[in-house]
Structures are given as structure tokens and as C-alpha cells.
Design a protein. Sequence first.
Lengths: 281, 785
Amino acid sequence: MNKKTAYILFFFLLMNSCTEKVDVALDNTYTRLVVDGDISPDTAEYCIKLTKTADYFFNEPVPPVTNARVFLSDGETIIPLSETDSGISGIYATKPTFAGKPDRDYTLHINLSEEISGKSNFDATCKLNHVTPLDSIRAVFEPDWGSEGIWKIQLWAQEPGDEVNYYLFNLYRNGNLITDTITKKVVADDKFYNGSYMNGIDVLYLNNAHKWETIYPGDTITLQMSGITEEYYNFIMQVQQSGFSIPFFSGPPANVKGNISNGGVGFFAAYSNTFAKALVR
Amino acid sequence: MIKANYILLLFFSLFVFSVFGCPAGGGKRYTISGKITDKNNGEALVGATIFIRELKTGGVSDLYGNYSLTLSEGDYTLVFSYIGYATREISIVLTSSISLPVELSPHQQQLNEIEVTSEKNDRNVVKPEMSAFRMDIKTIQKIPALMGEVDIIKAIQLLPGVQSVGEGSSGFSVRGGAPDQNLILLDEATVYNASHLMGFFSVFNNDAIRDVKLYKGDIPANYGGRLASVLDIRMNEGNSKKYEINGGIGIIASRLTIEGPIVKGRSSFIVSGRRTYADLFLPLSSNKALQNNKLYFYDFNAKINYRINDNNQIFLSGYFGRDVFRNNFARMNWGNETATFRWNHLFTKQLFSTFSFIYGNYRYFIGTPTGNNNSFEWSSNLRDLGIKGDFSYYLNTNNTVRFGAAATYHMFYPGKAQGIGDQTVVTEVKVPNNYAFESGIYGNNEQRIGDHVTLKYGLRLSMFQSVGPGTIFHFDSSYTAIDSSVYRAGIVYNTYLGWEPRLGLLYDFNTHHSVKASYSRTYQYLQLAQNSTVGTPLDIWFAASPNVKPQIADQVAMGYFRNFRHNTIETSVEVYYKWMNHVIDFKDFANLILNNKLEGEIRSGKGWSYGIEFLIRLNEEKINGWVSYTWSRAFRQINEINNGDPYPAPFDKPNNISVVLNYIISPRWSIGATWVYATGAPVTFPTGRAEIGGKIVPIYSDRNQYRYQDYHRLDLSVTFSGKQKPGRKFNWDLNFSVYNVYNRHNTWSINFMQDNENPNVTYAEKIYLFGIVPSVTFNFHFNNE
């Protein structure tokens, strides 16, 4: 919220600046394992994607890590994950009947068939946080913002005052995920709202000029609010900022800090979800 | 215990100096003293030289124009000189101590011409002072400026050993230091944030400023509190003889200054104001979002002085400046206020003193309109109350002793955000206030030994005390807060002491060339929580504390100084090496805003920098300016950053060239040119990619292993003046300037972007701020004589 205000000012000052594509000669670095996946208490098949890092200007899909042995443990039982297209996809899935249990620590164990830069065993642990229920949501159109207007998604919910909470928001339009990449997702902490009743706070903005990710009257929208860990909140913030540097407020670039052991990159996340629907008018 | 030692030391130091400073010869000795002023407007001339022909030695006037010479009985010829003024010779028969005020007349030729001086301007060779650079405002006004707004800080960035932190920024790095390691003083008050409009303009209105001096090293003992430099800016005192109005109308701002006598010859005033008006044109913009924006800054300087008698003069000066931004969603303002009251008192003809009372405040405010559920306001400020006493004792022609003491009470209100209005659900977030007491005592003697050697030796003892009420968090080895201590009001819960020796040596072969060496140690107890390169107005200064050790720097420098052509060409070469301890950096992705556990985000370690600076400065009749080349490096090494390996400091730009020249074509036409070149700033670039959630996330190199493209830029200006005749009341000039003449797209930053069409494709995109920027400014001057 505060940041947003500051950004408006800085954006204004940058109006007169210009950008141009440039060629930059970059070096190579050693290959790392990348883990990307999550689980929730909602019964479903959950996927963990294993890939390798590549040169920055590789400009092709990153290579998958196939034939790994992947297990998920909740401290009591260990279940295996199986590669969806064995030896090809690098995507490891639970059974469709899987459902995580709130307030447990989940650990992902990865054992590679071929070493990556001399390493073959990786772990990642994440607590599956609970989440407070959403009361309702609403979509409001601001015709004067931006060139073609902005849709604001607002929510009503009680923020619990007795704990520090971090949230992840996703939006669906008629059942299809609009926030389909990590950069479009919204994360928030409760620093300024701890214990307040959220009476229509803006959580998400849709630029009506981006026709592929806006909404129309008559659509049904669904807001998904997830209770995430502080570590995952920081990870998403870092991923969203990475690659971008504005000398006014960006610190020195640094590698995003995930939860994969042994030098792996990425995050294995666990969180609970709550949903609310609304009809766009 | 500490306090007792402190006072003992003061007496001890005075004792030492008085022993060292014993008169060298026998015979009766008398003092000649007085004030050197401008004949036309009565302003004190700072750094005017006094040369005693018979002794081939002399002195220099102090910051208030005062001088004092103690000599044996006899006949002397005194030669008074100052840049741009006609030299005066006065013969005296010294049989008793006398008061000798001297008025010097500016050369009568061109109004805004920098004059060639007299033969005796060899100050840069014969004074035991190095790594310093003084500029008067007339020099600065001739440098081509961005959008025509003459800017002191931008001029400072053109000096050897000084780097700009970014295109158009008011931040600067001196000899590898951080921008917050510069002490910026406006009439003795600390200016915590010298930027307007995100740094594109500095807070100093050139019409209100008299001169500027930068110390890059060899920092005199009377200054303390920052590692890298002191930028001492003095406001005009106002014409004590006649009324004058000066002003300027530029494309983004206008200025107006009025000055004149209150009581002729005894008291004068100056008031000066400036405001930008770029935002007045915003309603004409075709962009709807911009039409309701307000964005401007203004500042206001005022000063009065009153000469009670020959021995007492008082000054009151103040500055008030604000940046204001407002639109439908947000309002923001920030700025500095300073006030200084000074009393100059001459105890005897040899003992001069200045007592200062200083107030400073930097504050900012951000808020939204009320009536929304997320309406809030957020404010922060840092306030200083200070007192200082500085003494100069002109013991004899061979010894000048300076000593004094200073104390400042710092009040930190780091930030409070809260909801406003009935609708809001925003809760209060507050970082606790804290308080500190910073003090220092110092003594310094400048001693001439024999015909060729001058020594300068001094010591500053600084002390920094954290004063309750305060809350200090205790951190474990992984910087997680485990518990906290709360201190009651008035309790001193932490004390740091710093011994800061300042030494200098001069050997002059003759008045044309000399070698100099210096050593200085400096302590810094306040620093800025900022990990971006350029910074925003949302400054958070934090103090040394049980968790944050003071930063310490040791610098050695040596130089060779040589003047040519009757001192109209000054040249110098200086080498330096600087070691820094407990320098501050921040952990990756540090959270510095409204964080009450800020100290847990800090990582500290060591730094070092070294370099060589070549300077040629011209003061010829037709042409003036300077050409400099600097080669320098700067590094940091901090345990938790970059795996503990050394990395180039953010402003490590090894090669630097500055060419600043003004050429007077005719009495009515002059041109100015500036060319700067700097190696590209170090930067961290990606060396690999990981795909996470549909985004290509960079895997970075070690810190600062790459560089931006080299920076260079040419600026030009042409000034055309109205006809000038003696006695003419109204004068004007028109200045055309062009920033970045050959339209180079210098890198401000490089971002790594993902292609919208094919998300597997990434590319690098450069942001540059300014192409070619022409501007025009009309300046006028009116006086009632």
C-alpha cells in the first residue's frame, strides 16, 4: 500500500525516461536443480516440476529433470510421487486423492538418477498453514484509471489479530485461472491490517487494456485466498522483483531465496485455500 | 568516568598547544587584525591572503573574513589580495597592536567575470591543506546546467575524486565512500537530504549561496561525524551598502533574491526564494492521469547580520525547503529546515571565536485522501539541536591554534503509519523513537617551522551516547531478534568514544611548488538505511547503538602542488589510500521501511579505496575552469555478503575525466563547456536462468562483477549579457544551455525482461533518463545606486 503510493510518484518521474534493447555479454554458471510445486488440503493431483537451470539467454524451454525418485512426507507417512510421463516430463504427481492436512510440516525428498553439479539429494520443508475464511468479494470498475480503465477486486473478511499472516491471491474467470504466472499473483502481509475487518480492501487490479486477462460483465469470478508461510511470501516477492532494477529503490540484485536444500533453486510450497465467488456487473 | 576524561583532555590539549606555540623570538610583539570585506557590498571575503613583504610570510582570512597577524615591532608592507579583486598594499609602522579593516574592490571589467588575481594567490601551494576544493558561486553559475538550474552539488560531482551516484542525482561518492558518508553543512547546520525532485536538483539555491568548500580528505579537526567528506556551504550575508535584487526565470523554476542594508555598514539582510512550476503545465497534458498531478518544490533562504561593534557580530540564517506531490490517490511532501544563530566575538586581537546554535530537521510525509478503507498517513523526521564553540588563536605568524567543542542532540522519529478517517481499517505501525547525544572536542595547531616546513597537528575526540527512552533488540547469530531491552528516559545506555587524529605536513620548495602529506581518522555514528544506488526522499537515518558499531576510516594522502604563470594555473597530483571499518551494507532483499528490527537487516564489514587524482585549474583572464583525471578503485568485504569475498563498491568507477571550461569571448559573450567521462558503474548481472511459475528468474553473478557501458556527456552553454556601463542600475543576461549535446543514451539501469510473445525468450533493456536537453534562463540584477 505504501509502496504503491511511492511507485506512483516514481513512475511519474520516469515518464520522460526512455528504454531501448541492448546486447549484454553474460558468462555461464554451473547447473542447478529447480523445484517448482505446491500442495493444499483440497483433494487433487498435485504436481512438482523438476527442471535444470540454463544460460540466461538460452531462450528455449529449460531441460526437465527426469527419472528422479520423489517422496512427500508429513512426519507420519511418506508417499511416493510418480513422473507423469516417465522419463520425459520431469513432472512428479501425487495421486488424485491426495489432500494435505493443515498445520503440518511437509517435506519433499528428491533423489536424482543423474547428479546435477555433483549433487543428487535435495529436501524442502514447508508448513501447510491454515487460512481464515473469506466473506465475500466484489469487482469494481474505475473507468478513469489507465487508458481503458482498471477493474478492482475487493474483499470482505476478518483478519485474525492474534497471529502474523501472509496471503496469496489468485483469480479465476469462469473457472479459468487469470493469474496464471507467478508475476500476476498477489501476495500480502497483515502488517497494516492486523486484526481489522477488511471492509472491501482492494486486493487485485486487472488492466482492462490487457484483453487476455481482464473480465467482463456477466463473468463469474472466483478469488482464491491462501494462507502461506513468511518464507514463501518473501520468495514470491523476490521472484516478482528479480531481473528488475530501479536505482531509486532497488537494492543490489541477489538470488531468490527458496527452501530447497543443497543448493537447489525454487520452492516447494504448502498452503490452505479459501474461495469466494461473485458475478461481474 | 568518561566525562571526566573528556574534560581533562580538553585542558590537556590546550596545554600542549600553548607549549608548542611559544613565540619563537624575543622583542616586543604586536598584533595587526581586522576584517577583509568587499568594498561594494560589505560582504566578508573568506580566504583572502595577507602577505608580509619583508618576512615573505603571511596569513589568510577566516570564514568570517577576519585575520590576525602577530609580528615583532618594525616596518612592514602588507599585501592584501583575493581572487577577482584588486590587490591592496598597505605600509605600516608597527609600534602597538592595531586594528586594520581592509576593503578590497572587485575588478571593474566584466560583471560576471572571474578575475585574474594578483601574484599572491598561491594558497593552494603554501597552505598545509590538501584534498580540498573551494569554489565561489560565480564559478558554479558558469557551468552548464540541466534544465538551466545552476546546481552546487552537480558542480561538486565534477571534481576529481567525486562520483555522481547516478545520472541527474544529487548523491555523490567521495573517494569510494557512500553518499551518506558526506557531511553537508549549510551555515553549520547538517542538511540530511540535499535533493529536490528525486535528486535532479539540489536544495541549494545558488542566489543565496556565497561559496562552497569540499574536503575529500585531510578533514580539519573542527569537523566530525562523517567518514568521506565535508561539504561546507555558506550563505550570502547580504549587501550592507546598497539594495540589490537578483533573479532568474528558467524553464522549470524561477528565483528572486533581495538583499540590502538594514543599518548601513552595520547590518544587512538577504532573502531568497525559488519555486519550480513544471507542474503548472500538466493540465495541458493529453494524459488524463497526469492532469490532476501537482509536483513542485520550493525553497526559501534568509539571513541577517548585525555588527554590534568591532569585536562582536551576530548572524541569523535559515533555510526552509519542501517538495510537494499530490494527485487523486496520494499526497507526499518532504524537505529540510535549518536555522543557525551565530555570534562572532573577538576576545583579543589574537583570539577569535564563534558560537553557534543550530537547529535542523528533515521530515517527510506520505498519505492518501481520507474517506477510503485504506486511507492512511505516514510520517517520519529527524531533528537536531546543536551548540558549537570554535576558537582561533593567532599566537604568532608561525602558529595558529584552533580549538573548540560541539554537541548535538539527535531526535529520531523513524516512522509512524496509521489509518485516517472513519472508513479506514489500516492499523497503526510505529517504529519506536530514539535519541542520541553526539559531541566532540578538538584542538589543532598549524605551525611553521623554518623556511620550508609547515606542520598541522590536531586531535578530535568524539563521543556518541544513546539516550533513553529507547528499545534495543538483541539478535542471535542469524540476526533473528530474540529479546529486547527497554530504557527509561534520560538513561545513557550506550557510549562510543572516538579518537580522531588529523595530521598534515607541508614542504614548500618556494611559493610555486610544494609537497604535502596528510593523515586523518574519522568516525561516523549516523547512517542512512538505504540499499538502492540513488535513493528516495524516504530517508531513514539510524544511529550507532549496542548493535551497530561506529564506522571508522583512516586515510593517508600525499600530493605535489605546482603553480604556473603567476598562480593563474594551479596543478596538483594527489594519491590516497583509505581503510574503512564497520562499513554498513544490508542483507539481500533487506526490509528497511517501517521495520522496527532494522538493525537485524544490517551487515557490516570493511572497505578500502585508493586512487590518484590529477588536476589542472585555470584562472586566466579569458579562460577559467579545470581539467582533471582520476584513477581510483573502491572495495567492500562483508562476511554475509557475496560469500564473504571482496566486491567492488557501488561507485567504483576506475577512470574519470572532467573538463570544465568557461571562455569569455567578449564583455557580452561567454561560453561554457563541460565534458565528463567515467567508467561504467559496477553491476550484478544474471549468468543463468531458472523457470519458476512461468517466470524466467535470473541466477546472478557474484556481486558487482559486470559494468554498465562507460558514461560520457558534453554540456554547453552560451551567456549573452546586456550592455554594461558603470552606474547602470539594471543588468541582465540570457543563458542558453544544452545538456548532453551529442545525445548519448547513458545507462541509468539495465533490466532483464521476458518476451511477451515467447516466454522462453529474455532480453536486456536499458533505461536512460535524458537525451539532449536544451534550456534557456533569463537572469537579472538590479541595484539602487
